[in-house]
Ligand binder design. Structure first.
Ligand code: ASC
Length: 151
């Protein structure tokens, strides 16, 4: 009986400590997930960056392929910033993310809008359009990092 009661209390405590992030078993999983999505996004965004900066040759199909991955990845991290995921492993996420949810969401949406435009720009097969959309997307990355990432 004593054992059963303590098991119930332990379960309740675990649920309360990590309430609204049902998609992840534990905060560490959510943090790894969002870091992974952001990492993959940065890899593919960087490949577009190399093209727009003349470090690799401009190749229209590669630009579209990379932009599509960037746009898909840009949708993923936000669900992994749920309550209780401010700690659990090393993270540069600032506390403001959880204290200013509406503003954080605006940044997320700005990025998703910019990456959708990046795909559209890549599909025009015009390097100047790609450059413009790349800059806008980089600005959206930076705006969120400046506000919500510890450096
Ligand atoms: C990148 C990358 C970022 C953004 C940011 C834009 O390629 O990895 O985090 O662009 O540097 O300012």
């Amino acid at each position: 009986m004593k054992f059963a009661a303590s098991a119930v209390i332990a379960t309740a405590a675990a649920v309360l400590a990590f309430p609204a992030s049902a998609d992840f078993a534990k905060p560490e999983d959510a943090i790894k997930y969002r870091q992974s999505a952001l990492f993959v996004m940065a890899q593919h965004f960087g490949r577009i960056g190399a093209m727009v900066n003349g470090k690799t040759p401009y190749e229209a199909k590669a630009a579209v392929d990379n932009a599509e991955i960037v746009a898909e990845m840009s949708k993923l991290p936000w669900a992994a910033f749920g309550p209780g995921t401010d700690k659990g492993m090393t993270t540069r996420a600032k506390a403001e993310i959880w204290n200013e949810q509406a503003k954080f969401k605006e940044h997320n949406e700005k990025l998703m809008g910019a990456t959708a435009k990046l795909v559209a720009a890549a599909k025009t097969n015009n390097l100047d359009n790609l450059k413009t959309a790349f800059s806008a997307t980089a600005g959206a990355c930076k705006g969120c990092h400046d506000a919500y990432r510890k450096d």
